[in-house]
Design a protein around this ligand. Sequence first.
Ligand SMILES: Cc1cc2nc3c(=O)[nH]c(=O)nc-3n(C[C@H](O)[C@H](O)[C@H](O)COP(=O)(O)OP(=O)(O)OC[C@H]3O[C@@H](n4cnc5c(N)ncnc54)[C@H](O)[C@@H]3O)c2cc1C
Length: 405
Amino acid sequence: MPQVFDTMPELTGTLDTDEDSLRWAARDYGDVVHHLPSAVLRPANAADIRTAVGFAQQHGLRIVPRGQGHSTGGQAQALGGVVVDMNQLSAIHEVGPDHVVVDAGARWSDVLRATLPRGLTPPVLTDYLELTVGGTLSVGGLGGASHQHGAQTDNVIELEVVTPDGTLTSCSPSNNQDVFDAVRAGRGRNGIVTRARLRLVPAPQTVRWHRLSYDTVEQLIEDQQRLVVTDTFDYVEGQLKVRDGEHVVELEAVSFVETASGTGRFDGLIFSEVESEIAGYWDFLNRLAAGEPLLRDAGLWDSPHPWCNLLVPGESAAQVLGQIEKELGAELYSDFGLALAYPVRTDRIATPLLALPNHDIAFLVAALRYAPADEPETVNAMQRANDSLVASTLRAGGTLYLDPL
Ligand SMILES: Cc1cc2nc3c(=O)[nH]c(=O)nc-3n(C[C@H](O)[C@H](O)[C@H](O)COP(=O)(O)OP(=O)(O)OC[C@H]3O[C@@H](n4cnc5c(N)ncnc54)[C@H](O)[C@@H]3O)c2cc1C
C-alpha cells in the first residue's frame, strides 16, 4: 500500500492496491488508454465515497468514479489516483408509480428488470443496457427515443451526490440546482453520483419494429429528420454497415404498440424497402445482448475499440455519414463495424453540460470500429480516420460526445 494511504480514515469497504485491481482499473472497453491508478476504492456505502473524496482532496489525489468501464478513451481512469468501483453500489431501492430510486452502479438492465413487472420504463434507454446509471448520466445518455424525451439526464428527478469537497448532498431542479447541472453530463469530474431518482413512464408490452432500407445516406437523413419533426414513431435510429459485401443503409422506426404516441405510418417517406416484425418490448430493448457472444467468439470484444462519437448538425449529417460510408469495411471497421445515427431534437434537451450543435436537429453519429488484438497499426489507422471525422464535424459546427471535459 503506498504510504500516502496510511492516514486514510477507516472505511467499511476496501481500498485495494493489488496488481489485479490496478490493472482492472487501467483498462476500459476502448483498450487504447491504460492509466494505472494507485488504488481502487470498493465502497460499501456512500459514506465511504465521501471519506475517500475528502481524503483525495486533502492530498491532491485524483479520484474518478468507474461504472461498467465501457468508456473508450480512459474517461473512467485516474493516473496515479484512486478509481472508485461503483459496481459495489447497485441496489434498486424503490419503484413508485412514476419513479425508481437506484444506486448509481445499477445497470439499466437491472433498472428494467425492476420496473417492467410494474408496467413501467425509463423513457430513454441506450442501445446497450449493460451500462451503469451513473456512467450514462455523467455523459448524457442518448437513444432512439431522444427525439421525444431528450437525454437520460433530462429524465432525472433527483440525485444524491458526493461533491468534489467531500460533501454528501442531494440535488434536483429545485434544490441545489447548480450541483444538479454540474453533475449531469459532468463526466464524473464535478461530483460522484451515488443514488438517482429517475422518471418512469408506462411501458408497452410489444413493439412494431420496422427496418427501412435506403439507396443513399441523403435519403436516410431526410426521412429521419421528417420522422422526428412529426413525432411519428416512438423510436428512430439509423445505421450504415457492410454485410456480405453489400452496403446497408437502414432506418429503424419503432412504434410501442400499447403506448404509441404517433401514427406509426410511413406517409411521405422515401425508403426503397421495408421489413417489419412484432417483438416484445424487453426483447427489442435487449437486442444487442445477442451480439456480445459473436464478438467474443471473433476475438473482438476484449480487443481495441477506437470509437468516435460526434454530435453533428442536421444539415451536415449526410456529409459526415457519407465520409464514413466510403471507409466502411474490414480495414477501418472490421467485418463487425458499423456507424449509428440517432436523430435528436435539440429543443428536447435541457442538460447544460451536454454541448449540442446550434441547430434544431442534431445527429449523434457513432463510428463503431473493432480492431483485432495485437495490431497497433490498425488501431493507429482507425484513430487517424477518427481525427478526420472530428475535424469535419467541428468545421460543420458540431461537437464531441463522451469526450473528457
Ligand atoms: C456497447 C456500447 C453501447 C453504447 N451505447 C450507447 C448509446 O446507445 N447511447 C449513449 O448515449 N451512449 C452509449 N454508449 C456510451 C456510454 O453511454 C458511455 O460510455 C457511458 O459513460 C458508459 O457507462 P459506464 O457505466 O460503462 O461508465 P464508465 O465507462 O465506467 O464511466 C464513464 C464516465 O462516467 C463517469 N462516472 C461513472 N460512474 C459515475 C458516477 N456514479 N457518478 C459520476 N460519474 C460517473 C466516469 O468517471 C467516466 O467519466 C455505449 C457504449 C458502449 C460500449
